[in-house]
Design a protein around this ligand. Sequence first.
Ligand code: ADP
Ligand code: ASP
Ligand code: MG
Length: 419
Amino acid sequence: VALIVQKYGGSSVADAASVQRVAARIVKTRRAGHDVCVVVSAMGDTTDDLIDLAQQITADPPQREMDILLTAGERISMSLLAMAIHAQGVEAASFTGQQAGVITDAVHGRARIIDVTPSRITQTLDEGQVAIVAGFQGVNTEANDVTTLGRGGSDTTAVALAAALGADVCEIYSDVDGVFTADPRVVPTARKLKQISYEAVLEMAASGAKVLIPRCVEYARRFDVPVHVRSSFSDLDGTLVTKEDPMEEPIIAGVAHDASQAKVTLVDVPDVPGKAARIFEVVAAAGVNIDMIVQNVSASGTGRTDVSFTLPAADGRTATTALEAVRDEVGYSRLVYDDTIGKLSLVGAGMKSHPGVSARLFHALADAGINIEMISTSEIRLSVVTGAGDLADAVRAVHTAFDLDSDQDEAVVYGGTGR
Ligand code: ADP
Ligand code: ASP
Ligand code: MG
């Protein structure tokens, strides 16, 4: 008998029939004798639809109310799932994040879990029932306010509960068969990985591969939670995420892409000490996280240079407004904003000890006729910015150039809208 946490994403519970199908899976696990705690996301694109609805009311809704609105999505799926399990003859009860003891800080919209006190869940499991928990939400106990954990946050709920309950495994069920060498929606020849280290999958997640979100992986690594990423539409084994094994670590784990970034360029910034500090102080004060930065030494004689950086396109307006306010103080001549960019990242823990990886990547892009706008590197990642229209071709070209293509059947995407 094991204690299993199963998380079902929105694509797995998109409609009533899917809820019943997922319920049957849970019932099967329960009837095999295991204790099952389920974390569920909102049905299909419910969260996006709720955000669109709020936007029709006001362009700038209060964060606190957004959180209350969005948590409604998971309440719908959790109760329907409990009903479906019940209808199939197994006892089940659903709980909000607050009831399940998911305690967070007070940052609405992207709260961090600071503690999990799942006594209500333990009690439910002890009674032989399946416990269903609403993902993506918690409570800030100081203000007694409901919070959400940021997009994709149900992954984090699942791992946090698995850690707090001491579960044997945390299964993340999605609409693909596991973690692939690239997004199967873009690269049909992507290969499923049997195993991947926390380190490598964290870098993939941080680079835009949304099959797991970064905070979930950080949490799993910190508390040593074994994570099994798999499909709710098939019975295939998925991908096991575990501690790295230096002997097994491949040079390249995969190619991730991110189409949600934008680029800001400040033209003619005076090339004197303190300018970069001031620019990024202003951006940070606006609450915007930046990613790549490029600054050249000033071309001879002009004493001026261009500074470019990337950021989430969703933060574009906030960042540009803040920077325009300090234009005279910083002394730049022009701000150029471009949200038609894409970011491609090649990830692999073995990369650091292998020369020639960047040359191979640049060659692949050159052969495909794709222009590189920015480059950045870390020990285990190499990222380039391309035009948005070139991104998918770039991913396929790089995937092939690093011999990642599978010779098996095409990777299956079972559901979801990819939204
Ligand atoms: P869920 O609704 O289950 O949370 P998500 O849409 O958040 O599902 O995540 C699953 C999606 O992640 C897949 O449909 C796939 O398009 C995308 N994805 C991106 N990169 C990868 C990758 N390397 N391996 C698998 N899936 C990936
Ligand atoms: N429903 C939330 C979202 O769409 C959380 C999740 O699916 O994990 O972001
Ligand atoms: Mg997800």
